[in-house]
Design a protein around this ligand. Sequence first.
Ligand code: NAG
Ligand code: NAG
Length: 547
Amino acid sequence: MAGDVDQGEAREGETRAGAPRRDRPPPARNQRFWTALAAVCVVPALAFGVKYYQDGQLLRRHEQSIKTLGPEGLFLFSSLDTDHDFYLSPEEFRPIAEKLTGITSPGEFEEDETQDPNGERLILEARMQPLQMDTMTKSKDGFLGVTHSSLSGLRSWKAPAVPSSTFSASQFRVFLPPKNKHEVGDTWWVIPSELNIFTGYLPNNRYNPPTPKGKEVFIHSLLSMFHPRPFVKSRFAPQGAVACIRASNDFYYDIVFRVHAEFQLNEVPDFPFWFTPGQFTGNIVISKDASHVRHFHLYVPNDRSLNVDMEWLYGGSESSNMEVDIGFLPQLELHSTSPSTPLFIQDEEGNIIQSQGEGIEPIQFVFEDIHWTSEINKREAQHHLEVTFYPFKKVPYLPFSEAFERAQAEDKLVHSIVLWGSGRTLRETVLESSPILALLNQSFISSWSLVKELETMQADEQNLVLGQKAQLHLEKYNFPVEMIVALPNGTIVHHINANYFLDQTAMKPEEEGATFSFSGGFEDPSTSTYIAFLKEALQKAKEFMQQ
Ligand SMILES: *[C@@H]1O[C@H](CO)[C@@H](O)[C@H](O)[C@H]1NC(C)=O
Ligand SMILES: *[C@@H]1O[C@H](CO)[C@@H](O)[C@H](O)[C@H]1NC(C)=O
C-alpha cells in the first residue's frame, strides 16, 4: 500500500511508510551499529578512544537530564540541541526566543549575492489543495487512538503560507548546470545528498530546519511559500535535489529537476509531525546567463492514488512511539505567472520608465518563441533523475525466490542482503559504487529481503524448497544487516555482517591511502572491502563446485 506512494518505483519490497521501520531493533545493538558508523567517519585512528570517552560523558549528561526534565521534557530539549552536547547555544535557543518574543532575528541566511537591482523579476504563485484526510489509513477507524494534537498541524494547513512572491530572475541560477555539464541529458546534484553509510539518517525530534546554506537557501525560500517549516534535506534517503538538461539552444536551457524535501507541520508543545511528499518535481526554462526566466513550475505529482508519507511521534522517545500513515495530496505547486520582465525600461528617448507597479499602466512585453536545437523528452529526463537518486537501480534487485530461479538459469550466484528493517543506508552507498555494480552485474543475481519476509517463507508448508533456502539464510543472519552469497540451490558460500564489515573498514585507516593508489581509483575502503568479499565468495563457490 505504501508502495503506491510515488517515489519512483525505488522501493521494491520496501514500504516507505510501512511496518518495518516501526519494528525498531533492540536499542543497545542499534547503538553499537551507529556508534561504529560514527567512528568510521571521524579520523578513524583517533576516533575510537576519543569517542569512547565522549560516549561516557554524554551518557552521564543524558542521565542527569532525564532526572531534571523527565522523558518528555528531555525530548523537547533535544529537539533544540542540534549538536547533541546537552547544552543550548544561543543559536540553538533562537527558535524559542523567536516564539516567545514574536521577533524574527535577522537570520543567518547567506546573503544572496545574485540579487541584481536592475535585473528582471518573476512572480511565482503557490496553489494548494489540502491533504484528503479520508485517504489516510487511520481515518478508517475515525483516527481512533490518534490524539487531536498530533494532527493539529496537518488539519490547520489549508492554504499556502505565501500565495504569491516576487523573485529576481538571477536567483534561479541555482538551477543552471555546473561548467562541465552542458549537453542534453546531462544530470547533476543541485543539492547533494549527505546521507551515507556513515551518517545513517537524520533525527525525527526536530521542529525547525537547520539554517540552509548555498543553493539550499533559494530552494528553502521556494518551499517556504507552501509552509513555514520546510526541511530542504529530508531525514531519510532519497535526499537532496537533482537536475537534468532536457533541451537547449544557443541561449536557453529547459531543465527538469527533482527535489526530496519535507515539512514539519507541528510546533512545540505538540510532538513532531513529518509530512513527506513522494517528490517535488518540475522544470525551468531559463537563459544561460540567468538574466531571463521564461517559465518555472514546481509541483508534487498527483498521478498516483497516494503521494505523501506522514510520520508523527506521540511520545518523548525518538524510536518507539512513532505512527506512520500515507495519504493523497491533490495539489501543491508553484508556477510563474508570466516570463520574467525588467522593472525599468528605456523609452525611445532614453528615459527610464518603471514597467510595473501601482497606478502604472502595465507594459505589454512580447516574447520570441524558443526553438530547441537539441532535446530529449520529459520522461527520458525524469529517468536520468531517477537513476541519479537510485544508482543501485542499474543492477536489479529481485524478490528472494525469483533471484534463485534466475541464478539457476544463468548459472550465477545469489547476492542477497538480509535486513531487519530498511536497508536504505547500505544500498544507497556501498552498493552503488561502480566497480561493485559491474561485479554484481557480471556474476551475481541480487536480492534483498526483510527478516520478517524470510520467516514467513520458512514457515510456509506449501513451498518447502523455498522455505529451506530461507532457513539457510536465517541461520546465517545477525542483526542488523547480513550480506549473503548463496549457490542457486540455497547453500551459503559466504556471508558478512554489516557491523563486522564496518569494523573492518575502520580498522585499517593507514591503508586508506594505499587503497587509492593500488586498486585503481576505488572511492573508499568500504568499496574495496566489499569487492574483496564478493571475490572471496566467487572463489569459495568454485571450491564447492569442485567437491
Ligand atoms: C550489465 O551487463 C550487461 C551485459 O553484459 C550490460 O549490457 C549492462 O550494461 C550491464 N549493466 C551494468 C549496470 O553494468
Ligand atoms: C548445493 O550444491 C552444492 C554443490 O553441488 C552441494 O555441495 C550442496 O550440498 C548443495 N546444497 C543443497 C542444499 O542441496
